[in-house]
Design a protein around this ligand. Sequence first.
Ligand code: TRP
Length: 335
Amino acid sequence: MATKERVLSGIQPTHESFHLGNYLGAVKQWVELQDTHDAFYCVVDLHALTASPEPQALRRRTLASVAQLIALGLDPEKCTLFIQSHVPAHNQLAWVMECLTGFGEASRMTQFKDKSQKSGADRTVVGLFTYPMLMAADILLYQAHQVPVGEDQRQHIELTRDLATRFNSQYKDTFTIPNGYILKAGAKIYDLQDPTSKMSKSAESQSGIIDLMDAPEVNIKKMKSAVTDTEREIKFDEKNKAGISNLLTIYSALTGQPVSAAENEFAGKGYGDFKAAVAEVVVDYFRPVREKALELLTDPTHLNQILKTGAEKASAVAEKTLADVYDAIGITSRA
Ligand code: TRP
């Protein structure tokens, strides 16, 4: 059997719950890829430090993220699931990447520019500036071929490719050049109250965001209050019917049927009936996920055991790459 291609991806533990957009836009693909690829997935707690979380919150969210990923279908027997900080090679390689990145090059990262412009230079931590180099280290340590990410990470993947190519030609052929596996447009989920903006926790109001860990009643209510339009037709038309199109995308992604089949199913029905049906699909889908995540969180010892195994598997790969990197750049090895 041919060896499987490797994939690596990461998700930040910035909230108590993942939302529908995180699932359909990322984690669902991760679950699929664990069957066909040699998959490494990490909860990037070091990246989350750039938002200066409360220590208790970071600790809780990190474990909660792991529990949710498993509840959503990541199987620690099939993939390597670990916490970024458990493998110190990420920081070690990040420094090497920082010494390979131009100041101007890093200054051109749009995510950094947007975030720092919003908060002002004095309130922007340097970690936000070096964030892409840590991300490059996450990817390159594992010699990943594919990196499943959303469209917003495209520039970071480009930088990672540039740094890998630069290292390989300047020192020694060491890194696999990774490809962005940019998720399909259909995987993009919009805010229920503002269906032209991506579903995101940084939205001003939480009423358009479906949190997987919220009680079903809360989510039914949010789904039924989704913004639609003044027409009556249930038809996919992102330009003129952003709200209805978003609901059709959600319905089709969770039921596994094409959007056209959903359009037919609801032909002639009212928006109220349609929204109620989508709400039901959403809560039925996530009810067992939420229960499973809560159950996993009652046994932290078990979760920690999974994470220990994950960190060991990840370290074995990461340390080999780091040793090759240090050797190539002339770091003296310790006797
Ligand atoms: N920056 C990514 C995001 O916000 C998270 C991330 C960190 C990541 N390291 C990664 C994604 C490595 C893919 C690979 O979505």
